[in-house]
Design a protein around this ligand. Structure first.
Ligand code: G6P
Length: 486
């Protein structure tokens, strides 16, 4: 197991993210712990378990999971405590402004180049800034000159500069899990300078791909008067300090997925099929948070086109859509969910028969082993974002393909496609005819080509898995730290 053998761990680590890895529910003196599935928190938890650091996160998001007084610091994981989790409680007003407002209705669409969805509200910005200041205060209380502070994602673009003011000697780094947009998009943001300045409070700023790094450097070049870009070294000097940029694509825990799948007896798959009336036909799977960036309606357009042009596939091909409800306080997300569910109903009404539905849809939470079993047995996965920083579903599907007989259909507008390239079959969400043809091609692909492509994908996903990512991030941090002291 590479995770146990990995040599690099970051000492004295303070990690900061919006989501917490464990939620504690308090009910009549009884405590139950819930692990949020998927996303950033579950990816980083194994990383933290290798340190004895502190993880600082927003402590409640769900009325059922309140932080109770005096219990904002706990040792986790509950079964085998390895590190401290410190939660910061936020008021409903703060959540609306910081999380639902500026983070998810300004920065999220802006960074995904969904310019029509962007809305900047002064009040949201102020809450966002105040919450960043609250986090920066708590972080500053944990920091001395040996500490590494590691911010995650777009929820904390201002905090690095704030912590820098309080703790000039701490080493600060940030990983951005979403894309960074081109300067022509970023200039829509009224707070562009403050955001760039906040991020330049870091010693090291990491994105998934070289493209996002280049976009960021161009934004600094065009929008930051006081900063100088060094294009040879991918770094920026501002306020007398250097920020190093790096591209390190996030990976999945591929060995664990492979081993889980290898031990699978296919019972979960058989049960899933029985519950949803899926027979022996060819099966495609899509697993997404119900987010407008994921391109789900356009995927359904492609399926509709496929069943129109290839009536012989009716009854012979089924698409499984697993949707995870997400950010439901935001109107755009409520509308997206309704659109997806209406479109699926219409497709099933139009093409379905008594024995067969073209689309099987579920929002049930699935255990990881069940999900991996679905990945293993699906003949193809369709990953169709309009834009996506990386997309870990694509990598999980590949890691679960122990028989190497599945096909990955992948949007070129994902970090995953930039990294894994053409071993995947390109699925263009903006071109319905070509997208439908891509599915057709995957259905008809011969075994040799499936195997050849999947072997290449598997090699890449295993070589750049989660353990690799942590080692790269830690080694890059070491290099940058070293270069500063000499
Ligand atoms: C993306 C973001 C993560 C976030 C996840 C789930 O992957 O990069 O930071 O945690 O979406 O979204 P949520 O708003 O529920 O945390």
């Amino acid at each position: 197991d590479r995770r146990d053998d990995a040599t690099v761990a970051i000492d004295d680590l303070v990690l900061v993210s919006n989501r917490q890895p464990y939620r504690h529910e308090y009910d009549d003196g009884k405590v139950t712990v819930d692990t949020p599935v998927g996303g950033l928190a579950s990816a980083i938890d194994p990383v933290m378990q290798r340190t004895d650091g502190t993880w600082i996160a927003w402590g409640d998001g769900d009325a059922d999971f309140d932080v109770v007084d005096g219990d904002d610091q706990v040792q986790v994981p509950p079964s085998d405590p390895a590190y401290t989790l410190e939660r910061i409680g936020l008021t409903d007003y703060e959540v609306r402004g910081y999380y639902e407002g500026y983070a998810n209705q300004a920065l999220w669409p802006l960074c995904h180049t969904a310019t029509g969805r962007v809305s900047f509200e002064t009040d949201h910005w102020e809450q966002y800034r105040d919450v960043n200041a609250q986090f920066a205060d708590v972080v500053s209380g944990h920091v001395d000159s040996d500490t590494t502070v590691w911010f995650q994602d777009y929820h904390f673009v201002l905090a690095p500069r704030m912590v820098r003011a309080a703790a000039p000697d701490a080493f600060q780094m940030q990983f951005f899990h979403i894309p960074w947009p081109a300067p022509d998009v970023f200039r829509l943001c009224p707070q562009s300078e403050a955001i760039l300045d906040g991020l330049l409070g870091n010693d090291l700023l990491v994105f998934h791909t070289p493209r996002y790094c280049a976009n960021f450097l161009q934004c600094v070049d065009q929008h930051c008067d006081g900063a100088t870009v060094d294009w040879d070294t991918d770094s920026v000097v501002s306020e007398g300090r250097t920020t190093q940029l790096a591209a390190i694509p996030l990976g999945v825990d591929a060995p664990t997925i492979r081993d889980t799948v290898a031990a699978d007896d296919s019972v979960a798959w058989a049960q899933f099929r029985a519950r949803h009336d899926v027979g022996e036909e060819t099966v495609a799977i899509g697993v997404d948070r119900l987010d407008y960036t994921k391109g789900i309606p356009r995927r359904l357009d492609a399926l509709e086109r496929l069943f129109e042009t290839r009536p012989d596939l009716r009854g012979e091909f089924t698409y499984i859509q697993k949707g995870a409800p997400s950010r439901e306080g935001i109107p755009a997300y409520q509308r997206l969910r309704e659109t997806v569910e209406d479109r699926i109903r219409a497709l099933n009404d139009r093409f379905g028969t008594d024995e067969w539905s073209p689309v099987v849809y579920t929002t049930r939470t699935l255990d990881r082993d069940v999900l991996y079993s679905l990945y293993r047995h699906s003949d193809m996965a369709i990953v169709s974002p309009l834009r996506d920083g990386m997309n870990l579903v694509a990598k999980e599907y590949v890691a679960a393909q122990v028989d190497s007989d599945g096909v990955l259909l992948l949007s070129p507008f994902t970090g995953a496609y930039e990294q894994l390239g053409e071993a995947a079959v390109a699925f263009d969400p903006y071109d319905t005819d070509r997208a439908a043809e891509a599915i057709e091609r995957a259905i008809e692909m011969d075994d040799a080509e499936r195997w050849r492509r999947m072997r290449r994908l598997r090699r890449a996903v295993h070589e750049t898995d989660l353990a690799w990512w942590l080692d790269e991030a830690a080694a890059t941090a070491d290099d940058v730290r070293e270069s500063r002291t000499h």
